[in-house]
Design a protein around this ligand. Sequence first.
Ligand SMILES: Cc1cc2nc3c(=O)[nH]c(=O)nc-3n(C[C@H](O)[C@H](O)[C@H](O)COP(=O)(O)OP(=O)(O)OC[C@H]3O[C@@H](n4cnc5c(N)ncnc54)[C@H](O)[C@@H]3O)c2cc1C
Length: 454
Amino acid sequence: MNALTIIGGGLAGCEAAWQAAQRGVPVELWEMRPARPTGAHRTDRLAELVCSNSLGSRLPDRASGLLHRELRALDSLLIRCADAAAVPGGAALAVDRVRFADAVTAAIEGHPRIVVRRAEAETLPAGPVVVAAGPLASPALSAALEQALGEQNLYFFDAIAPVILGDSVDFTIAFRGSRYGRDASGEGDYVNCPFTREEYERFIAELIAARRIPRKEFEAEVEQGVKTGGAFFEGCLPIEVLARRDPRAPAFGPMRPVGLTDPRTGRRPWAVAQLRREDAAGERYNLVGFQTNLARAEQERVFRMIPGLAGAVFERFGEMHRNTYINAPTALIPALQWRLRPDVFFAGQIAGVEGYAGNIATGWLAGVNAARRWRGEPLLTPPPETMLGALCRAAAEGDPKRFQPVKANLGLLPPLDPAPRGKRERAAALAERAAQALAAWRAREFLSAEAPAP
Ligand SMILES: Cc1cc2nc3c(=O)[nH]c(=O)nc-3n(C[C@H](O)[C@H](O)[C@H](O)COP(=O)(O)OP(=O)(O)OC[C@H]3O[C@@H](n4cnc5c(N)ncnc54)[C@H](O)[C@@H]3O)c2cc1C
């Protein structure tokens, strides 16, 4: 039997490669960088994080925290590397992106059953295959997929947030702290730039009026909803789009001041812009939630209006990017197998799953199932009560007419009966049920059915 081909050495592809190789399957992992860049990746490392350095909340009663816990229980390579590269991030699992990617690259390149091919897959090869080419899949592969899928690929856009040098922040104004004191480091994981009401209103007015980068015609088509029903993934809206919808929206979203007290005034600010460390030393900070499509000069002008950032030095500007994904409900079953070609699996963003943790998790399942098919074993589908099972079902069983990438959230889990009244109690009960379901599933299907790697 052929080696398993995995297209894409990103989050999903690396996890898939590792899981398949650990199960005794020879893997050929195709990664087109550095010869062919994507426009968002900046290095040749495998598993490079393109934007935020956070894998989401660590709290076990939050969707991403639940996924982290499941991935740990399932012996995920990437979550192990993330834990080892963690930097203080409050309630978030934030990582040093260089250490994280270095660790994944070393593990993958050092695996005796994985061969890394630094080349672009321009067509869909003979099976078995895992397609994990991500939201920025190369145009040639996208065209091949479009032809094979028998329908148009869907495009829409994500925006990334700027990164600012730590020593350019004015700490006579900005202060350290996490909302509700949820610090992992004990010294204030976030840097908070506090706004008065007047400052906020001036800032929002400039933000709304600022010049944006003009987008190509087909982007406009997407924005009008011709292809996707909406231009932006709602969880990653550019800050200026959010502000345009409602000037108060940022103050209730990424700029919400709840759980914070400005030490200069002793009061809660009207709004805050939060900076989160990009590295353990705090040399670079991500402007949390400020993904944007403003022109670079406008980003400098407008974001320097943020109190404490008058002298901000931008290490990276925010940008908008293409996001390629298949119509998962028509293409996939919840085991992430392609309906048309059972020797092909999809994983990560291109499979219609949004967010780093979800991309890793679907990489895990696609790698395991590709390996099981290779070995002649039945495919696995995690129970719907687990976050992984719920996520895969939400993608594969979503509404094909209105499908947009799915991000892990507790609402995907089947409701509890009876349901505890409080939100927190409900979340805790869902998390507990997920843990039990995963443990029972592992014992029943997974551990017992899987032979150890030869
Ligand atoms: C600009 C941008 C910002 C994002 N920001 C965030 C964020 O802050 N937080 C978050 O949770 N999610 C974010 N996402 C969404 C998503 O979680 C990430 O893109 C994530 O990296 C996707 O994981 P993946 O494994 O599916 O794809 P990737 O990690 O992108 O990996 C795909 C790999 O395939 C390679 N490749 C593509 N085509 C080919 C080919 N034909 N042959 C060989 N190799 C190929 C690429 O070079 C890449 O290395 C963002 C997405 C984009 C586009």
